[in-house]
Write a protein that binds this ligand. Sequence first.
Ligand SMILES: C[S@@+](CC[C@H](N)C(=O)[O-])C[C@H]1O[C@@H](n2cnc3c(N)ncnc32)[C@H](O)[C@@H]1O
Length: 173
Amino acid sequence: MIPILYLLAQISCLFLIILFAVFYLWANTFGVPFVPSDRRIVNNMVNFLKKTKVKKVAELGAGDGRVAFALAREGFEVLAVEVNPLLSLWMRLVKFVRRYNKVEIENKDLFKVDIKGIDAIIVYLYPEHLEKLEERFFKEMPSGSYILSNTFTFKNHKPIENTGKLYIYQVAK
Ligand SMILES: C[S@@+](CC[C@H](N)C(=O)[O-])C[C@H]1O[C@@H](n2cnc3c(N)ncnc32)[C@H](O)[C@@H]1O
């Protein structure tokens, strides 16, 4: 009995080490670690979008899906893109258990995502990532669409609104 418990403990430790390694590897490979948005920012994002005509939102780098699921609860269609396979798996589990049918989850690099048909984008990424995305967002997104960024700002565009750490941009009409 004792050797079996010992073996189970060893397997659990190994599993935890592998989980940690995967997290660490993904965070370092893609340069942005998982830091969840706090509840106030999530509420501000949702409340802002509720005042607009936005229907489909893409969250690029969705983490554990807290923003995506909060939006789905308010009736938005959401594309949640996350490169970390463990976080993507977690989102799939939450989606399945809580029946969030309006959330589509893609486990891929956000730089390869098709943003056609999206009328708002949510990001919480480092400035160097925003710099790479800025031109594409402001060229490819439909006029009047929105980009909501937690904490970090774009270099060449001015936000139309700024509440605390939330910066809101609108593609020129
Ligand atoms: C600061 S966290 C924000 C998580 C979530 N958006 C939130 O506000 O709670 C950034 C997330 O982006 C993901 N990420 C980083 N680089 C990525 C990439 N190239 N493609 C997709 N996701 C990426 C990270 O794995 C992490 O979960």
